[in-house]
Design a binder for this molecule. Structure first.
Ligand code: ATP
Length: 298
């Protein structure tokens, strides 16, 4: 494909235990990097930076080998892999973190190989802003930096997060986080405030209401692909980010990037962990993209 560029993803790699109204699963392959990789890796060339423990399952490594084209920066350290447990409430959106066991993630020090340093598109998936800053310092200054984050860092390490946002070209953020940063402004006002912090483009993800992208001159809204049942909302945002970035890496415009991210996210929430994302076939993905294209308004 013309204009195809590699993407570098840096985030968390976890084994998740998840409870939703649809059931309960333990030690699912998860973490922001995993979702973003599986979404992006089906159409783009993906480099991964991350850390796993010596208990990381062979099936997990097989997924990384299948979807990534460069794993120079994937370290296996002695000790347990990062584990996260969460429970979703009946309305599906609010969740409670049951436990966070950092394991080897506590010693994560992202190091970019010479192959990784030249990558033109970098996805800083949700991790501690200090680690995101360390990656920014190692990348090509001309690289496009796409950043995601979470409420925890807004509440606990705002100054470091602000330094990451200042160096970010495209900020992906969810509605609650945007409102926390924007002091309960409307989404339009919060987007303006966020753009004033550095990024040229801000995308506000709104769960089952879709997403809105803001540039200096444009506002693009996208809806969702309607689903009969949401099984597990974990990773929707990371999947959206991976799909969005892969489209940009392949030379697509923002509208197509929103469509790709939203279509892949709709598969993600239809199963536990990455199961439906891995299973989704090209024809059904195309059908969802066509549906989503009709929900776009500018
Ligand atoms: P997470 O923290 O769980 O990874 P997030 O809060 O960052 O998620 P969301 O806003 O929940 O991200 O979801 C991102 C995108 O996923 C939405 O913009 C939408 O395209 C898609 N999505 C989320 N929930 C649904 C749903 N119930 N049905 C269809 N698509 C959905």
């Amino acid at each position: 494909m013309m204009n195809k560029k590699p993407v570098l993803i840096v985030g968390s790699i976890a084994l998740d235990s998840i409870e939703t109204s649809a059931g309960r699963r333990e030690n699912l392959l998860g973490g922001s990097t995993t979702y973003a990789l599986v979404a992006a890796g089906r159409s783009a060339d993906v480099h991964v930076i991350g850390i796993v423990g010596d208990d990381f399952p062979a099936e997990g490594m097989e997924i990384y080998q299948r979807y990534a084209s460069c794993l120079d920066g994937l370290v296996t350290a002695s000790g347990p892999t990062f584990r996260w447990g969460g429970r979703y409430h009946a309305n599906g959106d609010n969740r409670t973190t049951l436990f966070t066991e950092l394991g080897v993630f506590a010693k994560f020090n992202p190091v970019l190989s010479s192959n990784d340093r030249n990558v033109a598109l970098v996805f800083l998936a949700n991790i501690h802003p200090q680690l995101q800053l360390s990656v920014i310092r190692q990348t090509d200054p001309a690289a496009l930096i796409v950043t995601d984050t979470m409420n925890l860092w807004i509440d606990t390490t705002f100054d470091q997060l602000a330094r990451v946002i200042e160096k970010t070209d495209i900020l992906l953020i969810n509605e609650t986080e945007a409102q926390a940063l924007g002091n309960d402004m409307s989404l339009d006002q919060a987007a303006e405030k966020l753009k004033a912090m550095g990024p040229e483009t801000v995308v506000i993800k709104q769960g089952s209401k879709g997403a809105t992208l803001y540039t200096a001159t444009e506002k693009i809204d996208i809806g969702i692909f309607p689903l009969k049942q949401v099984i597990d909302p974990t990773g929707a945002g990371d999947t959206f980010g991976g799909g969005f970035l892969a489209a940009l890496a392949n030379g697509d415009n923002y509208t197509k990037a929103l469509i790709n991210g939203s279509a892949l996210a709709s598969f993600c929430v239809e199963g536990f962990g990455i199961e439906q994302l891995v299973n989704c076939n090209a024809a059904e993905l195309e059908r969802r993209k066509e549906y989503l294209a009709d929900t776009v308004s500018t």
